[in-house]
Design a protein around this ligand. Structure first.
Ligand code: G16
Length: 540
């Protein structure tokens, strides 16, 4: 096998002088630099599967919200979660090995991690619609074949579909079975759960969905075939930005990242005051918005989806007589609007936990609750239910028809929500369900609390790795003295808050600022950005 790996590795040489790092969501960069990385991640996937007794590992080739010329790769653990943290370092180690050392590092990891050489490795994989995908798949397949790994190529999928299939594959035929192991099984599960959750309810008017010209477009079109039709229980969906043939339009002037960072609707969106939402390039993020006749563009971001879901599930748990038995909590990051955190703690009366950016951190923290609602402000998130919660929903004997209804809706939600990872399609159906139950237009949703004006700025610096944070990324420890400068700026603004952190998916530092007024938030953001720019070194 060593000779096979060495021969295959020689077809995928590492670019000299490049240092790779497993970031917020795997490896991401210009696609033309990724060939060797993908090959080596394939080797890691084989090792990980064998370490876990031959359980199936998922591999997703995508750069999500990044521009079309980028690509990326990430690994999915057997239950559909992000790769265990310690393995990120092993992936980075193998990705950076010299070409001639690939086999040695592979064997050394096998040795150090006490991996059984005879265990059969299993991997499933998929990719988004980027033109670089097929070539990268070839590199991945070379690694899987050189290591004798059994694999299934699911071709084009959204990232959350790949997470779903990974969990289904590993739980098939067990009491924890997560669903049928097929793309069709995914649509059927979501559609059936939606029909149950919507029983007797109806959505108000259509929802326009911007698919970022990514893989979410064709997959949403497929999902529509399975969704209930008609005025009761159905949802009228208008799809826009679903062109996957023109590579250059992916995430361009559209998509969840565009809407969130620019704080405006995609120029292609013609919707008036009705509900609109945007997915990102691999359909794991969701952002809602609408045009308020009185106040113009209104953004309903990940914080809003979290508060909507937490309040709805909290109400259902109360109606079902389960509120004493279940610990419900919300997980956010430093990007969460201060007003949302206050609303969750003070109005909803629920605890909030803050973690660093990256779904892996939020997901982990959410599993500490019976109902853990986690969303990043950028629209990436989901809800996870503990075994105790699932059992309670199944076994609680209702004492009234209202309790029976609440329990049935809770059970339907556990099926509707993709508990493996944030899933824009599943989250969209969740939001539609909740708005229908509450008979809310987006305006009523928007009125639950008032966001503090905020601004997110992307700052290109010489070396983003100079920026090191602590306290869930809310404070900089390096470069020295920069945090003091930020603190001094923040102190000048009413309700001011700001932080800077290196992106894990782009070569940039992100600066977030919020304050009592729009002009103050903008002013604070640009001043902090200027400090970051000045301290960020000069590009080599
Ligand atoms: C990925 C991660 C998210 C993260 C985002 C931006 O999203 O999965 O958790 O919020 O990157 O991360 P950063 O600020 O470090 O660049 P996606 O949708 O691009 O996969």
């Amino acid at each position: 096998m060593d000779a096979n790996i060495a021969a295959a590795a020689s077809k995928h040489p590492k670019p000299i002088d490049r240092v790779f790092q497993y970031g917020t969501a795997g490896f991401r960069m210009k696609a033309n630099l990724l060939d060797s990385v993908v090959f080596r991640v394939g080797l890691v996937a084989a090792l990980r599967s064998r370490k876990l007794g031959g359980q199936t590992i998922g591999v997703m080739i995508t750069a999500s919200h990044n521009p079309p010329e980028d690509n990326g790769i990430k690994l999915v653990d057997p239950m559909g979660e992000m790769l265990e943290n310690s393995w990120e370092a092993y992936s980075t180690e193998l990705a950076n090995a010299k070409d001639e050392d690939v086999v040695t590092v592979y064997r050394s990891l096998e040795e150090r991690l006490k991996i059984n050489k005879d265990e059969q490795a299993r991997v499933i994989f998929a990719r988004d619609t980027r033109p670089s995908g097929p070539k990268l798949v070839t590199a991945l397949v070379h690694a899987l074949e050189a290591t004798g790994t059994e694999y299934t190529d699911y071709k084009l999928l959204t990232t959350p579909q790949l997470h779903y299939l990974t969990r289904c594959t590993n739980t098939e035929g067990t009491p924890q079975s997560y669903g049928e192991v097929s793309e069709k099984g995914y649509y059927e599960k979501l559609a059936q759960a939606f029909a149950r959750a919507m029983k007797g309810k109806k959505t108000v008017g259509p929802v326009t969905i911007d698919c970022a010209n990514g893989v979410g477009g064709p997959k949403l079109a497929e999902l529509l075939k399975f969704l209930p039709k008609g005025s009761t229980g159905g949802v009228e969906i208008k799809i826009i930005n679903d062109d996957v043939l023109k590579a250059e339009v992916l995430n361009h002037d559209c998509g969840a990242d565009f809407v969130k960072t620019k704080q405006r609707a995609p120029p292609s969106s013609k919707a008036g005051n009705e509900r609109c939402c945007s997915l990102d390039g691999d359909a794991d993020r969701l952002i809602y918005y609408f045009n308020d006749p009185d106040h113009g563009f209104r953004l309903l971001d990940g914080d809003r989806i979290a508060t909507l879901a937490a309040s709805f599930i909290g109400d259902l748990a109360r109606e079902a007589g389960l509120s004493q038995d279940l610990k419900i909590g919300v997980v956010q990051t430093a990007y969460a609007n201060g007003a949302s955190t206050k609303y969750i703690e003070k109005t909803l009366g629920l605890p909030v936990v803050c973690t660093p950016t990256g779904v892996k951190w939020l997901h982990h923290a959410a599993t500490k609750f019976d109902v853990g609602v986690y969303f990043e402000a950028n629209g990436h998130g989901t809800v996870v239910f503990s075994q105790q919660a699932l059992k309670a929903f199944q076994t609680k004997v209702p004492e009234s028809p209202a309790q029976a209804n609440a329990l049935e809706t809770l059970r339907a939600l556990t099926e509707l929500i993709n508990q493996t990872v944030g899933d824009a399609l599943s989250d969209m159906l969740l939001v539609e369900t909740i708005l229908s139950h509450k008979a809310w237009t987006p305006k009523e949703w928007d009125l639950t609390y008032t966001d503090l004006p905020n601004r997110l700025v992307r700052v290109e610096v010489g070396d983003r790795n100079l920026f090191k944070t602590t306290d869930a990324e809310r404070k900089l420890v390096e470069p020295q003295g920069v945090q003091a400068q930020i603190d001094a700026l923040v102190a000048k603004y009413k309700d001011g808050r700001s932080f800077a952190r290196a992106s894990g998916t782009e070569d940039a530092v992100r600066v977030y600022a919020e304050a009592a007024t729009r002009s103050e938030a903008d002013d604070l953001a640009s001043k902090v950005a200027a400090v970051v720019k000045q301290e960020g070194g000069v590009k080599a």
